[in-house]
Design a protein. Structure first.
Ligand code: PEP
Ligand code: MN
Length: 340
């Protein structure tokens, strides 16, 4: 049986409308469905692979910026290097740590210093917060981004923070070094595409939906990759994150699926880290989950830390204090002596 493939065609911003018709005509004989991803990128399903002549002809259509044949973009994505030189995706774990929510400049500065001293590679902190209850604290928004930027200035730690909606992508990309997509948004497809297409080309940290399969996670990741392609970038700039799924077991907040980590590592498709904090729901389970994730091959951890967890404005129960985080980092160092 003939294998199918996908051709991705990126158009220039001012491409004439007929350009897409001309592309589709070149592929007429073997194409089936086609789809616009945003307005810049057309993907076309083909029976078999495009011929060299077809690819060349498409490339010559006025308004076409580039054409690429792909079976799957997520073949083998490269590790992600952060501005401070930390690398995520080599199997040597990097630890991203910080508060669930940014509460004030002082709070995030204190925590940034704590996690930096303990050896963290990057600072996390939510400023656009997805909350189950509409009455819970929703984050400091732009003011929170300013606080994060000051914490980076003071410590040199790269910033990881969430874009909750499509309208946040540009705002977050201006300040953050990594754009986080939360579990609840893993299948918010326009957000995935736009995050991948962010103008400065920041890497994306994509958290697994707690009701989603590994395959769905990998398909979501392809949307991010298509966004990059649409913005004229090479595949990459992606970190997956296993943060626990909802199972019939109610004893912990979620069930950390360490098998998913082993699976993704086995397929070698993209860097993957683990978030033991949101899986555990309680701080005493964070350490065992973190270590089991690393034993399964995780490329790093995302951990919630606060100077005074019981007073945190969100997720205090699952948040480590400075001493607990220090002990976790010691254990991580013992398990994986080459930690970055
Ligand atoms: C977070 O990491 O800030 C968060 C909200 O986690 P999740 O999307 O995994 O629930
Ligand atoms: Mn949280």
């Amino acid at each position: 049986m003939n294998k199918t493939s996908v051709v991705a065609v990126v158009f220039e911003a001012e491409a004439p409308r007929e350009a897409a018709d001309r592309v589709l005509r070149v592929l007429e004989a073997t194409r089936s469905q086609w789809r616009w991803q945003d307005r810049s990128l057309l993907t076309v399903h083909l029976e078999g692979a495009p011929t060299a002549a077809q690819s060349k002809e498409i490339g010559l259509v006025p308004g076409v910026a580039c054409v690429r044949s792909l079976t799957r973009l997520l073949g083998k994505l490269p590790p992600v290097t952060l501005p401070n030189g930390a690398v995520i995706g080599t199997g040597t774990p990097a630890v991203i740590a910080g508060p669930c929510s940014v509460e004030s400049e002082r709070q995030v500065l204190e925590i940034a210093r704590i996690v930096k001293d303990a050896g963290a590679s990057a600072l996390r902190g939510g400023v656009f917060k997805p909350r189950s209850s509409p009455y819970s604290f929703g984050g400091l928004e732009e003011e929170g981004l300013r606080c994060l930027a000051r914490a980076r200035d003071a410590t040199g730690l790269p910033l990881v923070t969430e874009a909750l909606g499509v309208e946040h992508v540009d705002l977050v990309a201006r300040v953050a070094d990594v754009i986080q997509i939360g579990s609840r948004n893993m299948q918010h497809f326009p957000l995935l595409f736009r995050a991948g297409a962010n103008a400065p080309g920041r890497p994306v940290l994509l958290k697994r939906g707690f009701g989603c399969t590994v395959d769905e996670l990998l398909q979501a990741a392809e949307y991010v990759q298509l966004g990059r392609l649409g913005a004229g970038r090479e595949p990459g700039g992606l970190i997956l994150c296993e943060r626990g799924i909802r199972t019939f077991e109610p004893s912990m907040r979620f069930t950390l699926d360490v098998g998913a980590i082993a699976l993704v590592k086995d397929r070698g498709c993209a860097p993957i880290i683990a978030d033991p904090s949101h899986a555990a729901g309680e701080r005493r389970y964070v350490r065992p989950l973190a270590l089991s994730a690393l034993a399964a091959g995780a490329d790093g951890l995302l951990v919630e830390v606060h100077r005074d967890p019981d007073r945190a404005w969100s997720d205090g129960r699952q948040t480590l204090d400075a001493d607990e985080f220090g002990r976790l980092m010691d254990d991580v160092g013992r398990l994986t002596p080459t930690r970055v």
